[in-house]
Ligand binder design. Sequence first.
Ligand code: SF4
Length: 626
Amino acid sequence: MEKICQHDILTQVEKPARYAGNEWNIVMKDHAQMDVTFALAFPDVYEVGMSFLGYKILYHIINKRDTYYAERAFAPWVDMEQKIRNHNQVLTSTETKTPIKDFDFVSFTLQYEMSYTNILNMLDLSDLPLYAKDRTEEHPLVLAGGPCAFNPEPIADFFDLFVVGEGEEAVIDIADVYKEIKAEQKSTGKQISREETLLRLAKIPGVYVPRFYDVEYKDDGRVASITPNHPSIPAKVEKRVLRDLDATEYPEDLVVPFLNVVHDRVMLEIQRGCTRGCRFCQAGMVYRPVRERKKENLRKIARTLVDKTGYDEISLTSLASNDYSQIQELIHELLDEFKEEKIGISLPSLRADKFSVKLAEELQQMRKSGLTFAPEAGSQRLRDVINKGVNEEHLIDAVTSAFQSGYKQVKLYFMLGLPTETDEDIVGIAELAEKVVEAYRSVNKGKTRGLKVTVSTSLFVPKPHTPFQWVGQLSKNELQRRRSVLQNAIKSKAITYNWHDPNVSFLEGAVSRGDRRLSKAIYQAWKNGCKFDSWTEQFRNREWLMAYQEVGIDPEWYAFRNFAYDEILPWEHISSGVSKKYLEIEYERALVGKTIEDCRTANCTGCGVCQSLGVDVVVWKGEEVQ
Ligand code: SF4
């Protein structure tokens, strides 16, 4: 196979650095000497893929093993795709420009439902059959992991296997089993079939092989049953979870990109999981329980990463970084350690309280760039429904102290269309933003000069494995109406309002709670030319809707319908460890606005993950586990 990304092609595309490879810290190995190879495929462009820590962790974990090799592959942007097709080439890896189809595994990271058409496009560009059933012994095994693997059904037909939950240990288990299979083939001279290979892989905890499950449907379209069709296959696939995050390897040789990526800095994952219990948040449910890394260990990792990458900023990442039990001490120690080298420390998410603002100030002594808060809902009633755990006083106190220390820009994130939302709640968003303006005035002698308050609303999309998984989305017309209610309620010129396209949210909603039948629609949408659906300039709403029509599937049935408690959910056979009963109780609590506390700091609220998976909340207070 002639290799692509040669000079003549690279000079003809936008951002050649996306495809060039040779970045600092990349790993080059000889394929001929390897036992198992992985093409780590990211279904979006380089800049997006290179910003995901989980993707980098897998690259590191696999490449640390002498005879396992992982290379990267990203979705080529439309100009590059055209070149590949025009030159009759195939998609290749970034490091050694090896065709994707020559790897043992093609492993996709699933972050967002709207990247599914890109997966099909990448398989097609790799000259691989799109449907798992059409792939034979000569093809690689196509696998996927990441948050969307918690409802793998809409894309189940395209994949040979999925990893549910945390992938660090599972990916090595998969490689080990595959290596044994290869060795056995070599020693016996007998070919082990793809079916038998998958059967052996399916015995690894957390591995889901869709072909070993049959799904039946009722006459009304709902799922009737999901049953394993082989005696050795479990009825439910339990997620993988790391018991001791602190003892898990951290990627030290981070690849340093040659072009600006979304998060171009050291990402220091200080903890995993979040137990605050926001009822719309899938990550908060599926990555339970909270497990912190030790402060001392983080210091060491930070030092190694800075030395090995040359980055001048360390971002303390996690779902809610200032919940880390020793956040203040950690920040002080890091500031102290890196002050000579002028390395900045940043926190990507802030809680709406004074403490957070104080931290932000310490971190940004020079640059007062702006603060972001996510109250999510405009009224206390609705914030209680979603269990957000912040109140207006926290927010106003926080912004007041920010304005007092010179900040002029505040971003506020909300959701429209949350369960039980009324127009009063929506107007509450505008009122809250106006109060932020008012807080600025009171600090700045009645003036608003220089102030910029940005209100952004995303649209509520119910996600599997959350207390809101049963709730239908609102129609596009209703969402547009609610958006106008908010727009009309905003009076101050200091407030800018941004909103999300309801067409995208609707399609996302249909896929997120979808079942196996949706693969037809996704395939058809791709056939109709859809790709890069999360990129505004590429999104083709008409082609998506046509696709649904062409395959005779009603997306509204998936997006707008309320599921019943006793209904078999399409993801019923995938377990996050959090019990369905708990989610149901949580939904009932939501409807009456009853809040619950964070089990990291208060009592266990009974989600069941610690008991069912034998894992504990790990909060280091000093060196003691709390
Ligand atoms: S089982 Fe209890 S302690 Fe463990 S994550 Fe769930 S609520 Fe928290």
